[in-house]
Design a protein around this ligand. Structure first.
Ligand code: BES
Ligand code: MN
Ligand code: ZN
Length: 499
């Protein structure tokens, strides 16, 4: 998307459409007042008659009938000024982008929405850009006609009232575009069906991303994983004709610092295996690679932002299918750190591949590890699509993530990881079972993972937030399908990181 910033006299511009933001119950100021005046108080009238009150997501379109050189004005509600935050910016901006696209307009201009006295201008601009770019994302690569959407915005102009701010605004646009490209990449990887997004295909994509962004990329093949004793991923992969891959991306921007490890579950399709899932909604299990998608995308983003940190991204990739060679309930596996697991359900496969990856991460002596996984239906039961589940062993790390969740709107909510829950995983024949029964399913899954970490660690269960489903909040900047959740969250954590 081509996004530029301009300043100057607003009444001299000849835009197809200009977006003006309005707070609930307030008079117009600045550029809005200037345009209102030129239009004979037309905008004030709309507000006075309560046709448009400035409520969030509310819009009102006005044709200027040649009275000024801007053809249309689109008013968008920002809600109450006291409640103004970055979510209001993303929502208003996403709403106007979609509205404008549906109108069939191909370019538009927008003022900087909101109150730059309350929130830093750079944050407002980044989220203004995110709002439109993320709202305009479309997954069309399998459409045979109109692969390119017939309605498409190709240029957005940001009008900065103050000429002095143009450089700052331009910088924020570029930063936002790097992050939004990351979110789109994560959405694409998650949306692509398992027949195309195989472990091998994703590994090739990761190599390409590494080449283009000066990262190191290592791919562990079956034979490497056999040598390393990764009994989790190898056994889950046994039912599939697709060979598993373990991809490691490294961004080295932090000198001698110990790295931060990001780890993402990459089940390219989760049928449940021998413990097969019901067929209803099984197609959504192509999204079971969303954690890996987010980690690969966050690595690309971190590299492009040139973050001054060492970051390692690890993604175990495999399908989970039933077949004559598949692993079975009752099997006992040995994970990379030597611990044994009795398989109760082959559908609790995510924790098995994550166990290998988490244990493997230890060799990097990480300052901290954050994992993302579409791990449990139980997490959806607990939090729905509104928040990602957060569990971990380090309060400072959890606080950083929680705070980034508020800023980015990718909210997380903590569940307890008390030792009491370990009881449910006790096995008669192995060190532990891979399921702990129905009670507290999201917690027992995380509790299982805790057996494989020996460093500060946070686990994000994104089962409810990785794609839009029943219970997902309606947000204009989140189209149907994969959300790319976690990219903006992780990048926010990393941008604020002090080693
Ligand atoms: N990938 C699923 C979790 C999932 C289910 C995510 C639905 C999003 C929507 C995971 O591999 C799984 O099957 N978990 C089981 C665990 C159970 C067997 C202990 C679950 O949640 O039912
Ligand atoms: Mn499963
Ligand atoms: Zn799964």
């Amino acid at each position: 998307m081509n996004i530029e910033v301009v300043s100057g006299r607003i009444l001299e511009k000849n835009y197809e459409l200009l977006v003006l933001g309005a707070f609930e119950g307030e008079d117009l100021r600045g550029v809005s007042e200037e345009i209102d005046h030129a239009l004979g108080q037309e905008i004030s009238k709309i507000i006075k008659t309560l046709e448009f009150e400035g409520k969030p997501k509310q819009t009102s379109l006005l044709h200027t009938q040649g009275r000024i050189s801007i053809r249309r004005i689109l008013l968008v509600g920002l809600g109450k000024r006291e409640e103004f935050n970055l979510e209001a910016v993303r929502t208003a901006s996403g709403k106007t982008a979609r509205f404008t696209r549906d109108l069939g307009v191909t370019s538009y201009a927008t003022t900087i929405l909101g109150d730059a006295e309350k929130i830093r201008l750079s944050s407002i601009v980044e989220n203004l850009v995110a709002g439109c770019e993320l709202a305009l994302y479309q997954f069309r690569r399998y459409k045979t006609e109109d692969k390119e959407s017939p309605k498409k915005i190709d240029k957005i102009t940001i009008f900065a009232e103050s000429p002095d701010s143009v450089d700052e605004v331009r910088k924020s646009i570029l930063t936002a575009q790097i992050i939004d490209r990351g979110v789109s990449l994560a959405r694409d990887i998650s949306n692509i069906p398992s027949s195309d997004a195989t472990p091998a295909h994703i590994a090739e994509e990761a190599k390409k991303i590494a080449r283009e962004n000066r990262m190191k990329c290592t791919v562990l093949e079956t034979k490497d994983m056999e040598k390393q004793g990764m009994g989790g991923i190898l056994n889950v992969a046994r039912g599939s004709l697709q060979p598993p891959k373990l991809v490691i991306l490294e961004h080295n921007g932090g000198g001698e610092d110990r790295p931060i490890v990001l780890l993402g579950k990459g089940i390219t399709f989760d049928s449940g295996g021998i413990s097969i899932k019901p067929s209803e909604k099984m197609e959504e299990m192509k999204h079971d690679k969303s954690g890996a998608a987010t980690v690969i995308a966050a690595m690309q983003t971190a590299a492009q932002l040139q973050l001054p940190l060492n970051i390692v991204g690890i993604t175990p990739l495999t399908e989970n299918l039933p077949s004559g060679s598949a692993y079975k309930p009752g099997d006992i596996l040995k994970i990379y750190n030597g611990k044994t697991v009795e398989v109760i359900s082959t559908d609790a496969e995510g924790r098995l591949i994550m166990a290998d990856a988490l244990a493997y991460a230890s060799k990097y002596k990480p300052q901290a590890t954050i994992d993302l996984a579409t791990l449990t239906g139980a997490c959806i039961t607990a939090l729905g699509g509104v928040a990602t589940g957060l569990l971990g062993n380090d309060d400072d790390l959890k606080r950083k993530i929680t705070s980034a969740g508020e800023t980015t709107g990718e909210r997380v909510w903590e569940l307890p990881l008390w030792d009491d829950y370990k009881e449910q995983l006790k096995s008669e024949v192995a060190d532990m079972k891979n399921v702990g029964g129905r009670p507290a399913g999201a917690i027992t899954a995380a509790s299982f993972l805790s057996n494989f970490v020996d460093y500060p660690w946070a686990h994000l269960d994104i089962a409810g937030t990785a794609w839009t489903q029943n219970g997902s909040p309606e947000k204009p900047y989140i189209p149907k399908g994969a959300t790319g959740v976690g990219v903006r969250l992780i990048i926010e954590v990393l941008r604020g990181w002090k080693s």
